[in-house]
Design a protein. Structure first.
Length: 613
């Protein structure tokens, strides 16, 4: 199969990693839910036919499924359903078109049961795909992140059209995903199965034999277990300033606006005199779409202080701040308003977004009065040769992203997926990363791999114009690898004055992220997992240029707005000063202790420069 692998860095709105210090760590309640997954297997008579490697499709499916089951995380709730397995293949009969059974209930610690069910899986009847999807959705329930992995070798032979059913199920919300693997299918079946995946917020994978089916199933399993998972107190933005819900430091969840003429309004309430409010908004866009997410901070009389507008693929994130040193009306002594809007054509009804607010006390000393133009320009430092890569999981859930130290790491990316790792940076430090796609037996595939550096305060901070960057190789083919080097400005308080998103984003220390995303570069990308190696280095001396923060004494507790219910009001937490390499770094959090992170990994284009008016 002829396709291509491109490795390229793109300017995309990035990740907001917002460190919130409030209650002691023991008080932090992690509400992340492990996704529930059900594998739905086609047991129609055609599965007795041969795949491209000479083995029957059923044999290929058994081998591939055993590999997937063996690799399941211990805490992954997984079940299995078959269809077309018990009734004779008499077309359009009620018995044949309602022939689907859950052979393993959804749960953990059930690998033995799954393997036994795979061994009993025999081809027999018709293909009631829509009925099986409906029953699988019932098996998964209606709450939390849920995924169906459908494996089929042909078109449905029973009504209704499974694409229509997938659209109906998708209306349950973006928490439900249907990923589809087509095993040696013809053009008509591929069209139908791809429609099921597209309509079900999922991804379609092609497979022709045991090897490609194993890879496709593994990719589907990885995608199913790494969903977007917004966390925070539920809140409802208003269409007007009046009655807008009040946000203090903390994390919130709301539905995205679905009309480009409608904005959601929120009131940003300070509890510290002269503080700076940082806000990150993250959402998951409809699969395969490029879309716009916009946000701004303005005064009560409509004066715009800052705004950010970014174009994204997959996850979208945008960061805005109340800080504007040249706009007199944007006083840090008064409340301001946050407004959020999206692109209606690609925003699904009920699509959730996470809003995270951090309040930063005033600072003095070190580089606080320094002109941003005086900040050091990053200049590539020669890196040591890469070592053997240490395997790490491909994690999209940012709170669970693995924290790493300098070294070489290997991960596997499914199509249309995002993986992140975090690296702590102090004042005066910066990241250097080389992303590589090693030689692979997948041949040339239709995929672009985007490598980005993402800041704790939001936005991409990768500087593609830094001097002396190593050469980039655009494509990876058999027997040849590709690489993409990226770096950033050293962390410096003065960087916030630059007006350039990729420099502003390096104005505070914290957990920076290396983000790798995979997307279709040209027409389609329906193959399995792709290996990616990340060589990571931290350059610079920790603690250089650290400012001193004023004692963060709250002046007023948060009070809910007229429209906010008790469940949506979040009180300001008591400030805590946290030492970082001997320097004070206080931030005030309003929901929980620990780390709250947001991501937006873009694809082909982004407009992330922060505007000031």
């Amino acid at each position: 199969m002829l396709a291509r692998t491109a490795l390229a860095a793109t300017a995309s709105c990035g990740l907001a990693t917002l460190t919130l210090f409030g209650a002691p760590p023991a008080a932090h309640a992690d509400t992340t839910t492990t996704p529930k997954v059900e594998i739905v297997l086609d047991a129609s008579g055609s599965m007795a036919e041969k795949a491209d490697d000479g083995h029957t499709k059923i044999s290929a499916a058994r081998t591939a499924l055993r590999h997937v089951v063996d690799g399941l995380p211990a805490n992954a709730p997984t079940g299995m359903r078959v269809y077309g397995a018990t009734q004779p293949g008499i077309k359009d009969t009620p018995a044949a078109c309602h022939d689907s059974q859950q052979v393993v209930p959804i749960g953990t610690g059930n690998k033995a049961e799954l393997r036994a069910a795979i061994g009993r899986y025999k081809p027999k009847g018709q293909t009631p795909t829509a009925y099986a999807l409906e029953k699988a959705a019932q098996d998964l329930g209606s709450n939390g992140p849920r995924s169906i992995i459908l494996v089929s070798d042909g078109e449905a032979t029973c009504h209704p059209d499974p694409c229509v059913t997938a659209k109906k199920l998708a209306k349950q919300g973006i928490d439900l995903h249907i990923d589809v693997v087509g095993l040696k299918v013809d053009d008509a079946a591929r069209k139908q199965l791809k429609c099921v995946a597209d309509s079900g917020n999922g991804t379609y994978f092609d497979a022709d034999d045991t090897s490609s089916l194993t890879s496709a199933l593994k990719a589907a399993q990885v995608a199913a277990q790494t969903p977007f998972d917004p966390q925070g107190t539920k809140v409802t933005g208003t269409r007007f300033l009046e009655g807008a819900p009040q946000l203090t430091a903390g994390s919130y969840v709301d539905a995205m606006p679905t009309d480009d003429k409608v904005k959601h309004f929120y009131r940003l309430h300070r509890t510290i005199p002269g503080s700076t409010m940082w806000v990150g908004i993250t959402t998951q866009m409809a699969h395969g779409n490029f879309s716009t997410l916009s946000a701004q901070v303005e005064t009560s009389d409509g004066m715009q202080c800052t705004w950010n507008n970014s174009v994204h693929h997959q996850l979208a994130s945008v960061i805005v701040t109340s800080y504007n040193p040249i706009q007199e009306g944007c006083s840090p002594a008064q409340d301001q308003y946050l407004t959020i809007s999206g692109e209606p054509d690609v925003v699904k009804k009920g699509q959730q977004m996470q809003i995270t607010v951090v309040e930063e006390p005033p600072a003095h000393g070190a580089h606080t009065g320094r002109d941003a133009s005086a900040a050091d320009t990053p200049d590539w430092t020669r890196m040591k040769p890469p070592t053997a890569p240490k395997s790490i999981p491909a994690v999209t859930s940012l709170r669970a992203a693995p924290k790493v130290t300098p070294g070489t790491y290997g991960l596997e990316l499914a199509p249309h997926s995002v993986a992140l790792v975090k690296v702590h940076l102090d004042w005066g430090q910066r990241l250097q990363v080389i992303g590589r796609v090693p030689p692979t037996d997948m041949g040339m595939i239709d995929t672009a791999i985007d490598v980005d550096l993402l800041s704790p305060i939001g936005g991409s901070v990768a500087d593609s114009l830094a001097p002396n960057l190593p050469d980039r190789n655009a494509f990876a083919t058999n027997g040849r690898s590709s690489q993409e080097p990226v770096t950033m400005h050293p962390v410096d308080y003065a960087n916030r004055n630059s007006g350039l998103a990729w420099v502003d984003g390096t104005a505070r220390p914290g957990d920076y992220y290396v983000a790798v995303s995979r997307r279709a570069a040209y027409d389609n990308d329906d193959q399995g997992v792709l290996p990616v190696h990340l060589q990571i280095a931290v350059v610079g001396t920790a603690g250089v240029g650290a400012p001193s923060y004023e004692k963060a004494t709250a002046t007023a507790k948060s009070t809910p707005s007229a429209s906010a219910s008790p469940s949506t009001a979040v009180a300001a937490a008591s400030p805590v000063t946290v030492a970082s390499s001997g320097h004070n770094w206080p931030l005030i959090g309003g929901v929980s202790a620990g780390v709250v992170v947001l991501a937006g990994v873009g694809a082909a284009a982004a407009n992330t420069a922060r505007r000031r008016h």
